[in-house]
Write a protein that binds this ligand. Structure first.
Ligand SMILES: *Cc1c(COP(=O)(O)O)cnc(C)c1O
Length: 409
């Protein structure tokens, strides 16, 4: 089986599965018993494959990990309780005091907040405009270990110089981490631009239904971990491609404990089956809404990588199957933000993205409020900026809702 959806839908039953069950069952257990105590010891010592304790591994979670690896064409995946847990735990497990990393300045708000906390713990970070590789190259120093970017940044939809940064990281021996949440592996596989590790918030498009939190880090096999000093001796096994995942599993997941619950893993695995179907519809709906708003008299500007005037339009077209299902726009001068928002009826006023339902949020007043006006201005976030995460509703209903809310404003 080669097709994206065929592989996801059939992935569970390709492994041994209880009673011929077509879904991997929810294994609601914390611990695992062994007949032979020597086997218990062998599992703990890594000489025998098996399960130790629910914080480290669970069969339902493991099935989802395989599914995410398949979707990303990766070697191995570690799942976490949330996307933030995946990012924080991964970086904690890989970086040490005195290290430096370069990050895109166009970031998910909580990732931005997390990275500023690293500074207080002796790990330095430089935020740069990653739409141009020259800015990333200029920030690289002797102690730089890693570069972190998102594919399409929310809310302003900047697209990182993904290919050029991949080449830079390879030349300089840097770990290249790509947060693929906004594109998901259906629209883009970061392994194609040389990413070392891929992050996905499973909460968003992969789970897709807004009913479960989860996160994942996938090893692509692109990076030679032999050149990375921060791997502990114990985790330097036979295959160097697996060193970082092993360290993330042990020093990160096991010791921090942000494990994904088996029930959540099941929700996400079921959601993942329709990732391609949902995104086809969501991207088509996005194009219809963007066409309505672009040039509308009550709209100052629309930000979407599918628009010809978007600075990275050509890059998005080259790299992504579609330019995503999130866009943002600023209302024209004199159009009241709150009046417009409150007239939306089908479109829900809510945070989150990647849900089946279309969601709208005034970002400066909510998810980007805490960072303050100065940092917001540097990220190009105007007070009237509204982010729309487009769902799977019928396009006519979305267009009609948007039109009547604009008319009323
Ligand atoms: C939502 C999101 C995260 C964090 O994921 P959670 O599952 O909410 O913790 C990280 N990165 C991006 C780009 C996101 O959109």
């Amino acid at each position: 089986m080669k097709g994206f959806t065929s592989q996801i839908v059939h992935s569970d039953r390709l492994d041994d599965i209880e009673h011929g069950s077509l879904h991997k069952p929810v294994h609601a257990t914390v611990a695992y018993g062994y007949e032979d105590a020597r086997d218990l010891a062998a599992v703990f010592q890594g000489r025998l494959s098996g399960y130790t304790y629910g914080r480290q591994v669970n069969p339902t979670v493991e099935a989802l990990q395989r599914k995410v690896s398949t979707m990303e064409s990766g070697l191995a995946t570690v799942c976490f309780s949330t996307g933030m847990a995946a990012i924080g735990t991964m970086l904690f497990a890989l970086l040490r005091s005195g290290d430096h990393f370069v990050s895109s300045s166009f970031l998910f708000g909580n990732t931005n907040s997390l990275f500023t906390s690293f500074e207080a713990h002796g790990i330095e970070v430089d935020f740069v405009d990653a739409t141009d590789v020259k800015n990333v190259a200029r920030a690289v120093r002797e102690n730089t270990r890693l570069v972190f970017v998102e594919t399409i940044a929310n809310p302003r939809t900047q697209v990182s110089a993904l290919e050029e940064i991949g080449e830079l990281c390879e030349r300089r021996g840097l770990v290249y981490v790509v947060d693929n949440t906004m594109t998901s592996p259906y629209l883009f596989q970061p392994v194609s631009v040389g990413a070392s590790l891929v992050v996905n918030s499973l909460t968003k498009y992969i789970g897709g239904h807004g009913n479960a939190l989860g996160g994942a880090v996938t090893e692509t096999g692109c990076y030679d971990w032999g050149q990375f000093d921060n791997i502990y001796e114990t985790y330097r096994g036979a295959d160097p491609r697996m060193w970082a995942v092993t360290q993330i599993k042990k020093k990160g997941l096991r010791d921090f404990g942000a494990a994904l619950a088996p029930e959540a893993a099941h929700h996400i695995a079921v959601g993942a089956e329709t990732l391609a179907l949902r995104l086809e519809r969501q991207c088509a709906n996005t194009a219809a809404l963007v066409a309505l708003l672009d040039g509308h008299e009550k709209v100052r500007q629309v930000y979407y990588p599918g628009l010809a005037e978007h600075p990275e339009c050509e890059r998005a077209e080259r790299l992504f199957r579609y330019p995503g299902a999130v866009f943002s726009f600023e209302l024209a001068e004199g159009v009241d933000l709150w009046t417009f928002m409150d007239h939306l009826d089908v479109i829900i006023k809510s945070s989150n993205l990647g849900d089946n339902r279309t969601l709208a949020i005034p970002v400066a007043h909510t998810i980007y409020y805490e960072m303050g006006a100065e940092r917001r201005a540097s990220m190009g976030i105007a007070d009237s900026l509204i982010r729309i995460s487009v769902g799977i509703e019928d396009d006519g209903d979305l267009i009609a809702d948007m039109e009547q809310a604009l008319d009323a404003s």
